[in-house]
Design a protein around this ligand. Structure first.
Ligand SMILES: Cc1ncc(COP(=O)(O)O)c(C=O)c1O
Length: 415
């Protein structure tokens, strides 16, 4: 087997930026292979959040004193950086939420449940969605009488695009799809999916939780109406997420949270709303989180998202080749790294995925096990659970070698 020519990022230098990667687990080097669940944070992000609390902690958009102005400048500066990162036309298209989950709920509630949808209108999702992109639409079905339809997955983990065409009708009002599966790693042809949705007059909601951290996104090129992602999976803090929307899509969305900040005027018994995006940011926001996410975006931008993607393709290719040579180990999702992100779900004959994760943990290796919040997908593949390794900018081929050695150890235990 030919070893990949080179790893494109300077991983030792990157690792040095992550304090947690300097620690040991059970006296072993920490090998973190669970970035699809949450990524680790570089010191630049940790310092930026701590700097906000230590030097200019104040509420945003309210105080007219220096600290408040600084906090507002940094918070709005983060919005601008995020707009640039996904090539949105304007920072006003960036809504801060707490997570992808909240972003998707804002759309399902405000555009679906409280918006223009009628009973009998159709929402097309896919079998490979994360629960966060299933359950909010169940609410729309249960409370509005919307009809849910799902595009199935081929055995190779790609979407059945011919079925997608069959599911679209003139009653389809919303298509919702993940850009990248958190289990199979499949990168879906979202530009094409959006185009076909628009042809029947539907809006398209894109879950970019597993894509925004790993590949460059151009929302104008995708032409998505809404796009959601989380800060904590892309080197940023927990508790901060993003909802991008086209102006007309956001205008047609009712706010989920009422309270301070999101209003224009309040009188007893009635109120009017502030402009987008503030209309969706009721209450004091996660200021430190937004600022930290802005710094995470700086960090990724400096690495270059094309380099990040190329690096992960190389690590994933190496892992796929190594796994293919392990008897009794099965991987799921596309085998072609052009169609796959750095997410590798696997099972080992005779070993439960939880046992796999526990034995790897003894070796200092963190992988996820379970249904990965994708039970419909697990049912599709008739699997109760899998183990899952996921790669990011601080992983290299040595980490893959350690994982493979750990899997051989699991096989010895269960032989
Ligand atoms: C594809 C996908 N969508 C949505 C989510 C939910 O993200 P969060 O828990 O940050 O809201 C995840 C988290 O794993 C995910 O992988």
């Amino acid at each position: 087997m030919a070893k990949p020519a080179k790893v494109l990022l300077n991983v030792p230098a990157i690792k040095a930026d992550f304090p947690i990667l300097q620690r040991k687990v059970r006296d072993r080097r920490l090998i973190y292979l669970d970035s699809a669940a949450t990524s680790q944070k570089p010191k630049q992000v940790i310092d930026a959040t701590s700097d906000y609390y230590s030097r200019y902690n104040a509420n945003v958009h309210r105080a007219i004193y220096e600290l408040g102005e600084e906090a507002t400048r940094e918070y709005e500066g983060a919005r601008e950086k995020i707009a640039g990162f996904i090539r949105a036309k304007s920072p006003n298209q960036i809504v801060f939420t707490k997570s992808t989950t909240e972003s998707l709920n804002v759309v399902a509630y405000g555009y679906g449940l409280k918006g223009k949808l009628q009973s009998g209108d159709e929402i097309v999702g896919t079998v490979m969605e994360h629960h966060s992109n299933h359950v909010p639409w169940h609410f729309v079905k249960d409370h509005k009488g919307a009809v849910l339809k799902y595009v199935d997955v081929n055995d190779d983990g790609t979407l059945r695009m011919e079925q997608y065409d069959e599911l679209l009708t003139k009653r389809t009002k919303i298509v919702t799809v993940t850009l990248c599966s958190n289990v199979l790693g499949t990168i879906n042809p979202v530009k094409d999916i959006v185009k076909r949705a628009h042809e029947v007059g539907a809006v398209c909601v894109v879950d970019a939780a597993q894509a925004a951290p790993h590949m460059s996104i151009d929302v104008q090129d995708l032409d998505a109406d809404f796009l959601a992602f989380s800060g904590h999976k892309m080197l940023g803090p927990t508790g901060i997420g993003v909802l991008y929307g086209k102006p007309e899509a956001l205008d047609a969305t009712e706010p989920l949270l009422g309270g301070g900040e999101m209003i224009r005027e309040v009188h007893l018994g009635r109120a009017s709303w502030n402009d987008v995006p503030y209309r969706f940011e009721g209450g004091t926001p996660n200021i430190a989180g937004a600022i930290g996410l802005g710094v995470a975006v700086d960090y990724l931008t400096k690495l270059g998202m094309d380099a990040v993607r190329a690096h992960e393709m190389e690590v994933t290719q190496y892992a796929l080749e190594k796994f293919a040579r392990l008897d009794g180990v099965h991987t799921y999702g596309p085998k072609d790294v052009k169609k796959k992100a750095g997410v590798l779900a696997f099972t080992i004959d005779n070993a439960h995925p939880h046992d796999v994760a526990s034995i790897l943990d003894v070796e200092g290796i963190c992988v996820r096990s379970g249904h990965h919040c994708a039970q419909p997908l697990m049912e599709r593949f008739d699997l109760p659970a899998t183990a899952r390794a996921s790669f990011y900018v601080y992983n290299d081929l040595e980490d893959v070698d350690a994982l493979v050695a750990g899997i051989k150890r699991v096989q010895e235990v269960f032989a």
